[in-house]
Design a protein around this ligand. Structure first.
Ligand SMILES: [Zn+2]
Length: 395
């Protein structure tokens, strides 16, 4: 089987030969007639990777629900979400499945989702997302972070629930603003690092706290990461603080983060400071991208399109040159794949027959124009065409 007439990111044109479920060769474009799927010179990209999504929060597919947050703090939004959740009648399996279908149509085949765990919800949302993961297992890989959205100390019993979430199938333990939400850096980090150490899993902490207070927390996360031997398995999501302290401070922090193997996730925030992505990358820190909230009680925006997310990250970071846009693209593909520990990822000879095609001549153009994906191919099968899922697929 062949896919004909592909443009690769280096500008070369090839036919893609497939054998035994793998890409077996990249051949010169055939001049004679050949059976196969004609890609028409479209740019071929590796599958997109969403390093931070919330499948249990989205309201996608429901009638519009206005944002109900009374203020602009994380605590205000936690309260607003409780009200929205109390009123919803459609299970998270349905809305989360709507989101999975939408993101697959835009070329995302791997994701890390955070799932709310607290002493009101218990593990209900985890069970919904585990059902989603099972339902779509042939289409997407879904890594699950057990996320203490209501805090750990503020929501007694949550530490035990996080531990049980790992036992029941979550892959990482999450955290949330140890100082801003729980008011106790050590107690919050004691709880999650104890679970991570005991269960042998990674950590991904939401950290909105800004300025020097936020930086102190990031440095303590780095210290504990090294102390517990979790280098390469810890991420800090948002890390707004890295964008709101002095260049000297963030440069020193970058070296510390690189040594501790801590990755930084940014979604290109609209209302907060963004970490200095290029500086971090230059100092050896893994930076990766994610959607974060999509049409939920936190944000009315988002669509799960990771090319659009790369554009938003680039826009927010004031990227202009092609190599800068290539960094934004890397954040939603290879870098996110490394953070998720995907062992079988990438468009290459010997690799899986997973790819996305888009009308563009370079990666930078793909990010800037973020045109609809002409094809999404998973395991050699066309699963979406021109932004629409193909049937039959999991519902
Ligand atoms: Zn989040």
């Amino acid at each position: 089987m062949r896919f004909l007439n592909a443009t690769l990111p280096d500008g070369s044109r090839h036919d893609i030969e497939v054998e035994g479920g793998r890409i077996s060769a990249l051949l010169p474009v055939s001049t004679s007639a050949h059976d196969g799927v004609d890609l028409g010179g479209m740019l071929v990209l590796p599958p997109l990777v969403d390093g931070h999504i919330h499948l249990d929060k989205t309201l996608l597919g429901l009638p519009w629900i206005p944002n109900q947050s009374a203020g602009n703090t994380v605590s205000d939004r936690i309260e607003a979400e409780r009200r929205v959740r109390a009123a919803r009648t459609v299970p998270e399996f349905e809305t989360g499945s709507n989101l999975v279908r939408q993101v697959v149509a835009s070329g995302t085949l791997h994701m890390r989702t955070h799932v709310d765990v607290d002493n009101q919800l218990g593990l209900r949302n985890l069970h919904e997302v585990l059902k989603i993961r099972e339902h779509f297992r042939d289409l997407v890989t879904i890594e699950i972070v057990a996320f203490p959205q209501s805090g750990i100390l503020r929501s007694p019993g949550t530490a035990e629930l996080l531990d049980e979430a790992i036992a029941q199938g979550a892959d990482l333990v999450g955290g949330l603003d140890p100082v801003g939400i729980d008011g106790d850096l050590d107690a919050h980090l004691d709880a999650i690092f104890a679970i991570a150490s005991r269960r042998g899993v990674g950590v991904d902490i939401h950290l909105h706290d800004g300025g020097d207070a936020g930086l102190t927390q990031i440095l303590e996360i780095a210290r504990r990461t090294e102390a517990t031997g979790l280098q390469g398995k810890v991420a800090v999501s948002h890390a707004f603080a890295l964008g709101s302290v002095s260049t000297d401070s963030v440069t020193r922090a970058a070296d510390t983060l690189a040594r501790a193997g801590i990755a930084i996730m940014s979604h290109g925030p609209g209302g907060a400071t963004i970490p200095p992505l290029k500086l971090l990358r230059e100092h050896g820190v893994e930076v990766f991208g994610g959607s974060d909230n999509i049409r939920d009680a936190w944000s009315p925006f988002g669509n799960g399109d990771m090319l659009e997310r790369a554009m938003l990250i680039g826009y927010r970071a004031n990227f202009r040159h092609d190599e800068e846009l290539a960094l934004a693209f890397d954040m939603v593909t290879a870098a996110a794949a490394r953070v998720l520990g995907l062992s079988d990822y990438g468009f290459k000879v010997g690799g899986p027959v997973d790819f996305v095609t888009v009308e563009a001549t370079t990666l930078a153009e793909a990010v800037a124009t973020r045109k609809r994906r002409s094809l999404v191919v998973k395991s050699g099968r066309i699963v979406a065409k021109d932004g629409a899922l193909q049937t039959p697929l999991p519902r």
